[in-house]
Write a protein that binds this ligand. Structure first.
Ligand code: ADP
Length: 200
């Protein structure tokens, strides 16, 4: 089972993807986490992406497509992957489809976490307040607005892309975390997929 957890910044993609990994045993593949790890490790790739990410812009498609395909080919992903924060553009979605097809796999399900802008902004503000001054470089009000603009301009068109493929389900991402998790589990159950832990 390969699924995409889809939504704007602050929608709870990472939280739900992590819970899905724990419950079903599919591997969470977060391009944001991978890029932050590259920055922390001071790699060439990290250096290339640091300023772009701090500004809330998208790193080049070929960069994220490269890190995703490399990671997806690790043996642990054979049982399934949860794409979190990827794809974010139509070319990324096309590249993902081709990459999976070559491996005789596919995206089975896309789950959109729908959250109003006002709630997203409040959540990120709360995340900044809780961080005690060590917030992510892109977690500040100005950059957040840019990340939202980038989301609506480049990423939201993917909803139509996946809808046309008949893969999209939307879940209310404004419910409490546990209720979002239950709603997501319900979608997976309806899709008739079993996790490698036999749940679902
Ligand atoms: P959020 O969804 O909260 O904005 P992420 O951790 O998914 O956070 O992403 C943080 C940043 O990493 C993005 O604003 C962007 O600069 C970069 N990034 C992550 N994934 C991608 C991607 N698939 N394509 C391009 N840039 C990406």
């Amino acid at each position: 089972m390969n699924l995409v957890v889809f939504g704007p910044p602050g929608s709870g993609k990472g939280t739900q993807a992590k819970l899905l990994q724990e419950t079903y045993g599919w591997v969470q593949l977060s391009t944001g986490d991978m890029l932050r790890a590259a920055i922390a490790a001071g790699t060439e790739l990290g250096k290339k992406c640091q300023a772009i990410m701090a500004a809330g812009e998208l790193v080049p498609d070929e960069v994220v497509i490269g890190i995703i395909s490399e990671r997806y080919d690790q043996p642990d992903c054979a049982k399934g992957a949860i794409f979190d924060g990827f794809p974010r553009t139509i070319p990324q979605a096309r590249a993902l489809d081709s990459m999976l097809k070559l491996r005789e796999k596919q995206i089975d399900l896309v789950i959109e976490l729908k959250v109003d802008d006002k709630v997203l902004i409040d959540r990120v503000k709360a995340r900044i307040a809780q961080s005690g001054g060590v917030a992510r470089a892109d977690d500040n009000p100005e950059t957040l607005q840019n990340r939202l603009n980038v989301y609506y301009q480049n990423t939201a068109p993917l909803l139509e892309y996946y809808k046309r493929q008949g893969k999209l389900t939307t879940v209310d991402g404004m419910l409490p975390i546990a209720q979002v998790t239950s709603a997501v589990a319900e979608v997976i159950k309806k899709a008739g997929h079993k996790g490698c832990l036999g749940i679902g």
